[in-house]
Write a protein that binds this ligand. Structure first.
Ligand code: URA
Length: 439
């Protein structure tokens, strides 16, 4: 192990402040790939075990942010983005970026691929024929200058230190560390040159943070660090027990997003987009309060401006004009379809009390909607469409879900899927997503 890492680990173990030039050397060594993997692992394990102070988390985040290109914009420009810690059916970015652009904000969004059981924005967008998420920082700037938003895959050009650190964390069981998650997420968002950031910290059975106290701790850490970097930031802690909206799976989530962009779609999804977008417009000072911000976002969905921005973004990122137009008109005609659709019926009468999103996510992943290894290929057609959600009345024998798949379903999957629906005899409440706001 190098002396540098030895010194840093000694400070971490003793809970004394890190030597800032040593920390910077470590980040440089990670970014330039000159520090041995074993040394990086040793350091990650020390941070994972003992934590580091807020001041050191800010320094780590700043160093990681500057390990690659940082997008720079005139400070008068309303540059904004959101980050979600990942959920089931979480397709918000596909609607949020164009809706914000339609409301005058500018969104140079960097997004990820699926992680664990959760889907990733990039895998969803890549279900659209021709859509290219591999943008350089220059290309991102050009598209944002032209149309106000773009969505690009995280790459080696921006925050490269995070790319390697994340890959090592993934295989060394050091992902679930508040300072490491904070630095990873906030460094990438800060490198976009943001004025405003909303963090959607998911909480519940199908989230990485299972309890409200864990979610709050992560939210507080990320808000503190992002604000420390001069970004107007708040976190919304939202419930991730029920799947979001009605469609789950890459191509199917594009379909639901198009419905919402066309002023239709499930209320749950519309509410989440409006809540995140409304908060961002308020943080940017483009409206008096979040309520007005939500109204502006909904107006942009209802009057076709958000859909038009989405169309422009698809074309700017490589889809042909005819594909993009057909996508907005009849998305089913453009996107791949599964060879099998299996319908599952309710065995109870009453109201939907819950749908186990973790079960849905696991089955979809086993059928190719997500990855188990980095090299796994995604099957974009795989997923679910819900015909009933929490709070809806349901009859015995009524279809509540469609499973779209290409491989045969096994008995365990069928049994788990059937049991994923819980029906109550008395009326249940519709989904309430917002648990609390941290700012
Ligand atoms: N997503 C990230 O980008 N980084 C983390 O550390 C966790 C989730």
């Amino acid at each position: 192990m190098s002396n540098l890492v030895e010194r840093l680990c000694e400070s971490i173990n003793a809970r004394t402040p890190l030597n800032q030039s040593d920390l910077q050397l470590l980040i440089d060594g990670v970014a330039t790939r000159t520090l041995p993997i074993e040394a990086i692992t040793q350091w990650l394990k020390a941070v994972h075990t003992h934590g580091i102070s807020v001041a050191d988390t800010v320094a780590l985040t700043t160093g990681m942010m500057h390990s690659g290109a940082v997008l720079t914009w005139d400070t008068s420009r309303p540059i904004a983005d959101k980050h979600s810690t990942g959920g089931v059916g979480d397709k918000m970015s596909l609607m949020l970026a164009p809706a914000l652009a339609a409301c005058g904000a500018e969104v140079p969004m960097l997004a990820g691929r699926g992680l664990g059981h959760t889907g990733g924005t990039i895998d969803k967008l890549e279900a659209i024929p021709g859509f290219n998420c591999g943008l350089t920082p220059e290309h991102m700037t050009t598209i944002v200058n032209q149309i106000g938003c773009c969505i690009a895959a995280q790459n080696e050009a921006i925050a490269p230190a995070d790319g390697l650190l994340y890959a090592i964390r993934d295989v060394t069981n050091t992902v679930d560390s508040i300072p490491l998650i904070t630095a990873s997420i906030v460094s990438k968002k800060a490198a976009e040159g943001l004025q405003a950031l909303v963090l959607d910290v998911k909480c519940g059975q199908a989230a990485f943070m299972k309890t409200e106290s864990e979610a709050t701790e992560l939210a507080q850490s990320m808000v503190r660090v992002a604000q420390g970097l001069g970004i107007k930031t708040l976190a919304q802690i939202t419930d991730m027990n029920q799947p979001i909206g009605t469609h789950i799976g890459n191509a199917l989530e594009v379909i639901e997003s198009v419905h919402v962009l066309n002023g239709n779609g499930p209320q749950d999804t519309i509410n989440l987009v409006a809540m995140q977008g409304g908060a961002l417009l308020w943080l940017l000072g483009r409206c008096e309060n979040e309520e007005e911000g939500r109204r502006l976002i909904i107006e942009s969905l209802n009057d076709g401006r958000a859909a038009k921005k989405f169309l422009q973004m698809c074309i700017a990122q490589g889809a042909s004009q005819s594909v993009a137009e057909e996508l907005l008109h009849s998305p089913e005609n453009v996107l791949v379809k599964a060879s099998h659709i299996t319908e599952i019926e309710s065995s109870g009468n009453g109201w939907v009390e819950s749908i186990d999103s973790m079960v849905l996510a696991q089955i979809a992943r086993e059928h190719g909607a997500g990855r188990f290894a980095i090299e796994d290929e995604i099957d974009p057609a795989v997923g679910f469409i819900l015909s009933a959600v929490k709070g809806d009345p349901i009859q015995s024998g009524q279809k509540w879900i469609e499973f779209h798949h290409n491989k045969p379903m096994n008995d365990t999957q069928r049994k788990n899927l059937t049991n994923a629906l819980t029906v109550a005899a008395t009326q249940t409440q519709p989904i309430e997503r917002l648990i609390k706001v941290v700012q």
